[in-house]
Design a protein around this ligand. Sequence first.
Ligand code: NI
Length: 139
Amino acid sequence: MSDLIRFGVSLEKGLLARFDKAIRKNKWASRSDALRDLIRAELIKQDWTEGEGEVAGAVTLIYDHHRRDLLGKLTDVQHDYQGLVLSTLHVHLDHDHCLEIIAVKGIPAEIQKLAATLRTIPGVMHGTLMMSATGKNLA
Ligand code: NI
C-alpha cells in the first residue's frame, strides 16, 4: 500500500456541484475516490499518447461470420503480432456475426498499429481499441 498524502483542492461552487452529482451517478464512494480514478484515467491517456512504457488493453472486432477469407487474415495478423497478443475470445453473436476480443499488452504505438491493421481487414464491420494499463504505477 502506498503512502497517502492529503492535499486541498479549490473549485468553483457550480463545478463542485456538478462533480458531486457525477460522483453519485458513477457510484464513487467519495471525492477522493473520484479524483483518484479521474487522475488515473488521465495518466493512462497520456501513457497511450506519448508514453514509451508498457500498456494493456483490448481490441474488439465485429465481423461477418460468412467471410471465410477474413478468418485466415485475422489469425495471420495475430501471429505477426504475437508478442502483443495475450489471449483471444471468440463469441458467435448470432447466425451471421462474430465478436472477437483480443487482449493485448505492449508498447502503445505497436498496439495501435495492430488494432488499425485488424479493424481495416475487409469484412470487419466495427473495431475498437480499449486503452487501459498494466496496473503498474497507478498507486
Ligand atoms: Ni463466430
